[in-house]
Design a protein around this ligand. Structure first.
Ligand SMILES: C[S@@+](CC[C@H](N)C(=O)[O-])C[C@H]1O[C@@H](n2cnc3c(N)ncnc32)[C@H](O)[C@@H]1O
Length: 290
């Protein structure tokens, strides 16, 4: 098993290694994938660079839309994830794999690609403006940028203490202690995830020389959402690659007695199929390299 935090999260910690949860996350991920690709204006023989490809959500979606002369360059900082994508590609000659960070795109020549895509990658970068400059560098004139990012500043501003979308609940005291684990241990790691919003994305695109910049922003505050279906699985989930799983945070924050009380309440909510409430914001951006 790799110790690469990106690989661990994408393969197991995002869904608690549960087939069931993985299947339920798929439709949301497909929505994001299609949103990025629909805005990219792919032509059959385009060369598309996916930055921070992960397990290939965007890249393999693009291959389905490209013709035999199209190409996808999968790039990521994680060699494990590039190896994973290479295995999935199974020898498809339209694929290549480049280890590079968004902030340098080393190995990708100037003006060499038609489309740059990226999804949920800039959020982890502490040099986002530099990444936009790199996207501009590698795009040919007339090339397109299409990206998606969560805007975590929104839930942080509106629901800073909300862990599971429960609203006010009899275990608020316990959840506050668990939330403090995330706050205390991960503030610095999470800073790039909350130090920007949709207006910054537009400003960075413009500063990097992009034109025809369009951004679709969606904010949801306390919107009714799915109940928690499996508390034991949820405890194996980490909300992002940089932080502990909920179970790890609970173990660090609570006494055995408190843990039992939280378990009992969450099991009760699960059995009663109590709806949760979603607070999140997202942005799709597309832009043209003149
Ligand atoms: C949340 S995952 C998203 C993966 C993929 N884009 C998707 O949509 O499923 C973040 C990805 O960004 C990669 N990554 C993290 N920091 C990066 C950086 N500075 N430059 C390029 N990739 C990075 C990670 O290895 C991981 O694959």
């Amino acid at each position: 098993m790799t110790t690469d935090k990106w690989t661990q999260w994408l393969l197991t910690r995002r869904d608690g290694d549960s087939k069931d949860l993985r299947a339920r996350q798929t439709s949301g991920l497909e929505f994001f994938r299609d949103g990025v690709l629909d805005r990219a204006g792919l032509k059959p023989d385009d060369v598309l660079l996916d930055v921070g490809c992960g397990t290939g959500l965007i890249g393999f979606g693009a291959l389905e839309r490209l013709g035999p002369d199209g190409r996808v360059i999968f790039s990521d900082v994680s060699q494990h994830l590039l190896d994973h994508c290479r295995r999935t590609a199974g020898g498809d000659k339209r694929c290549s794999f480049v280890q590079a960070s968004a902030e340098d795109l080393a190995g990708i020549a100037d003006a060499s690609v038609d489309i740059v895509t990226t999804r949920s990658v800039l959020i982890y970068s502490d040099r986002k403006a530099t990444a936009f400059a790199q996207f501009s560098r590698v795009l040919r004139p007339g090339g397109r940028l299409s990206l998606f990012e969560p805007i975590n500043r929104f839930p942080l501003q509106h629901r800073p203490d909300d862990l599971f979308g429960l609203g006010s609940s009899p275990v608020d005291d316990l959840l506050a202690k668990v939330r403090d684990v995330y706050r205390g241990h991960t503030e610095e790691a999470e800073r790039p995830m909350v130090d920007f919003d949709e207006r910054d994305l537009i400003a960075w695109a413009a500063a990097a020389g992009f034109e025809a910049v369009e951004l679709d922003y969606r904010a949801q505050l306390d919107v009714p959402a799915e109940p928690i279906t499996d508390w034991e699985t949820l405890k194996r989930v980490a909300p992002n690659p940089l932080v502990p799983t909920y179970g790890e945070a609970i173990a660090a924050a609570l006494t055995d007695e408190e843990r039992d009380r939280l378990d009992a309440h969450m099991t009760f909510l699960t059995a009663a199929e109590t709806p949760t409430r979603r607070t999140m914001a997202t942005a799709f951006l597309r832009a043209l390299r003149p």
